[in-house]
Structure formats: C-alpha cells, structure tokens
Design a protein around this ligand. Structure first.
Ligand SMILES: [Cu+2]
Length: 199
C-alpha cells in the first residue's frame, strides 16, 4: 500500500520533470543566441521611427504584404498571416550581417507605422556556396522574387525575425498571423513564391 503511494508520487514527479524539460526544449531554439538577438533588437530600436529608417536608406516598398496560407507544390509555404510593409536598404550588400538586416518591416496601425520585424534578403549568385544561416536558423529559399514588388528574376534566400511583435508561429517564421494589413490603402495579397534550386 505504502509502496503504491510512493510509486504514484514518483510517477507524478517524473511526469513533472518531463513537462519542464519539454517547456525548456521549446524555448531553447533561440536560447544560445539570446544575447545576440537582444543586442540586435537594441540596435534596431531607433527605427521605431520610420523617418530614421528612411534617412538611413531603408526605403518603403509601400505594399502591406500578406498571405492567404495556400499550399502549392513547388512553391514556398507561407502560413496565413502578414509580413507588413517592407523598407529595403539596397546599400547593404554582401554576406548577411546579424547586426545589420537589409530590410525593416512595419505594420500599419491606424495612421502609424509600427516596427514589427527585420529581414535579411540575400540574392543567390554564382558565388553562393551554401544556404545562409543566422542565429542557427537556415534561411528559406532559394526562391523567385516576390512579385509584384520584387522582380521574379531576383532569386534569393530570406530570413525574418519578429523582434518587436510576438509571433505565435515563432520568432523566425516568415509570416505573423497577428499582423494585419486590413484598413490600410496599400494592402497586397501575395501568392506563394516559386521555389528554385541552389545550395
Ligand atoms: Cu518579408
């Protein structure tokens, strides 16, 4: 009798440990990079004012990009949700710099633009030897350019990081179901982009 009780207690304790382990496991994807991600967020904070971003040559591509969540064979998969308005800096080139993303993403909220994410956009070139990765995250792609705002010929890899708005799909997911383009004049529903081949 007493042993049965002990066994039950031990089982409950073990289950508890397993649950704690699972929770820690889920959080650990970005854990080793936490300090680096915090430093990046701090460095990007000044861009909460979009005018500061424009002065630093992050220029608006106007459309608030969102996806319906459709799945097509041979095309990239974007879960239903939005990205927002991309501000692209074409003067940042070369290998992706974890502290200097070349894209900032804003969500239109009322008459304001709120900084929600950053993105690294890396073209596929003859010199590309391997898939880029940052913070232990392999980039998505290679894929065609996102029409109609980016020409199809711009074959690239990309990685998003939701630094300023939580994303239930994860910090590095391409779309965020909590970001909305509705009510914004330049809302733009994009089709999934064609997958290409590369390292
Ligand atoms: Cu994007």
């Amino acid at each position: 009798m007493r042993f049965a009780k002990f066994a039950r207690c031990a089982l409950v304790a073990m289950l508890g440990l397993v649950l704690i382990g699972m929770t820690l496991g889920a959080a650990s994807a970005e854990e080793p990079y936490k300090a680096q991600i915090d430093a990046l967020r701090k460095g990007m904070e000044k861009y909460k004012d979009y005018k500061v971003a424009v002065r630093d040559l992050y220029l608006s591509t106007v459309g608030c990009v969102h996806y319906a969540g459709e799945k097509i064979a041979g095309y990239m998969e974007y879960p239903k949700g939005a990205m927002g308005v991309h501000f692209v800096n074409l003067t940042i080139r070369g290998a992706p710099d974890p502290m200097k993303p070349n894209v900032l993403i804003y969500e239109p909220v009322g008459k304001k633009l709120e900084l929600v994410a950053v993105e690294w956009l890396v073209p596929l070139t003859a010199e590309t030897k391997e898939r880029p990765s940052l913070f232990g995250q392999p980039f998505m792609g290679p894929m065609e350019g996102h029409e109609p705002l980016i020409p199809k010929e711009y074959v690239h890899y990309d990685l998003h990081a939701w630094l300023f708005k939580s994303n239930p799909l994860g910090v590095f997911a391409p779309t965020n179901p909590k970001v909305k383009c509705e009510g914004y004049d330049f809302s733009l529903l994009e089709k999934p982009t064609k997958m290409m081949h590369g390292p």
